[in-house]
Write a protein that binds this ligand. Structure first.
Ligand code: RB5
Length: 163
């Protein structure tokens, strides 16, 4: 007998859309302006739809203020993903991870970018702007966007996050 539609919906962890086809929200505090600009250019060049919600001025801002709107949007919309940046990547991910359905992964290497997608179905990539070169960060973004969630035992684990 076929699985009822509501059970299929309940078992869906992330979006059914492939990660690279989802709209991308980006945000940053003053420590991440330069990196954000580079990420924005990189994504647009690759044809992604990008919405920039971050600071552009470089003037000191409080990272929770610039992350709450982005995290709220991703929590309410499974077809969107985020890339967030602050000095260490920690403050912004702490804020984002308060939201139901948001899985922000702090990332400083391509290997971790791959694993937060494959194992954690991360829907936000968090970058430590003061500890990565632009080149390193863009390589991380590229891996994050091309890696799909593995599902299986990882789906069971991810489903337990909100319990
Ligand atoms: C700003 O100086 C810095 O505290 C912020 O960018 C971030 O690293 C916080 O977690």
């Amino acid at each position: 007998t076929p699985t009822p539609a509501y059970e299929i919906r309940l078992s869906l962890v992330g979006s059914e859309m492939c990660i690279r086809d989802r709209n991308i929200l980006i945000s940053n505090d003053h420590a991440g302006v330069e990196l954000k600009n580079a990420v924005n250019r990189f994504l647009k060049k690759k044809g992604h739809v990008v919405v920039n919600l971050g600071d552009n001025s470089g003037e000191s801002v409080d990272y929770p203020d610039i992350i709450h709107p982005l995290a709220k949007e991703i929590s309410n919309n499974k077809d969107k993903i985020g890339i967030i940046m602050c000095g260490t990547g920690n403050g912004v991910s702490m804020v984002a991870n308060k939201y139901k359905g948001v899985r922000a992964g702090l990332c400083w290497s391509k290997e971790i970018a791959e694993l937060i997608r494959k194992h954690n179905d991360a829907n936000i990539l968090s970058l430590p702007a003061r500890f990565l070169s632009i080149k390193q960060a863009l390589e991380i973004v590229e891996v994050f966007l091309k890696t799909d969630f593995e599902g299986g035992r990882h789906e069971r684990r991810v489903n337990k996050i909100n319990k």
